[in-house]
Design a protein around this ligand. Structure first.
Ligand code: PTJ
Length: 247
């Protein structure tokens, strides 16, 4: 990997690109993941590569929702595995969630490579290999989930999701937390808690909020979730994109 000086104005984004490239080379990330990263980068650039106050509120609500859940599951795809493997393991630990590999471009080799990669970053159990249930209403490969994982979950965190699967999971009655830099994409619009932020900033911040809320009574967690308004969060992010406001 080329050395990127810290004072390079685009240092963070160049490092992110290298992580995605590495992911492709290791067989973790799909080639389409490179395109998805480019798309995300453009939105992040317009947002000023920072967490908006509305995204921070969404991240706090996401933490509260994960702590309230009976069976939370964090879904991991090829981009997420390349960008935030240790951070996803940490969030799963702090919230008592399962980790499940669930891919848009599913191959057994990539599922195995991602599960191994997560284990190398400290995961004890990784779901997604059994694939013994199906999300109704989705074409074959994308629908494969574990019966005791996403299929049985009440709350699912789905970062960088494609719209169809996000809608199908919502249709199953799951409470969805979606991380996506594009507030106009169908996946955050299907989510109970849309987090419009870079997954590299969002996941550690959800973990920090979860640590902060770990001893909070259920009534306080419920209040945080109830007070969060998804439409307002999406509108604030879109305003920030269109006007370059501090929303
Ligand atoms: O690993 P797989 O096979 O499951 O495939 C994963 C990708 C991401 C390739 C697949 O789900 C896909 O093609 O997704 P899309 O339809 O390109 O959507 C990805 C969304 O994530 C877009 O709205 C991007 O703006 C957004 N995005 C990209 N990078 C980031 C991001 N959002 C948050 N943080 C990022 N770093």
């Amino acid at each position: 990997m080329t050395d990127i000086p810290d004072d390079h104005p685009r240092a963070q984004s160049l490092r992110t690109r290298h992580r995605i490239e590495d992911g492709v080379e290791k067989g973790i990330t799909s080639k389409q993941g490179l395109i998805a990263e480019g798309r995300g980068e453009a939105f992040d650039y317009l947002l000023g590569e920072r967490t908006l106050p509305s995204a921070d509120a969404a991240e706090r609500a996401a933490a509260a929702q994960l702590l309230l859940a009976d069976h939370p599951v964090l879904s991991v795809n090829g981009n997420v595995a390349a960008l935030v493997p240790a951070e996803m393991v940490e969030l799963a630990d702090v919230t008592g969630a399962d980790l499940e590999v669930n891919l848009f471009n599913r191959t057994e080799e990539r599922i195995e490579a991602i599960a191994d990669h997560l284990r190398e970053h400290g995961a004890e159990e990784v779901k997604g290999l059994a694939a013994d249930e199906r999300i109704p209403g989705l074409e074959h490969e994308r629908a494969k989930v574990d019966a005791d994982g996403i299929y049985a979950a009440d709350v699912v965190l789905v970062p960088l999701e494609d719209g169809d699967r996000a809608a199908a999971l919502a249709e199953m009655g799951k409470t969805e937390i979606v991380v996506d830099l594009n507030p106009m994409s169908r996946s955050p619009q299907a989510a109970a808690i849309p987090v419009v932020d870079n997954v590299m900033r969002a996941i550690p911040n959800v973990t920090e909020h979860a640590r902060d809320l770990a001893d909070a009574p259920a009534a306080e967690l419920e209040r945080i979730v109830e007070e969060f308004d998804p439409d307002e969060a999406l509108a604030a992010a879109e305003r920030a994109l269109r006007t370059l406001d501090d929303d």
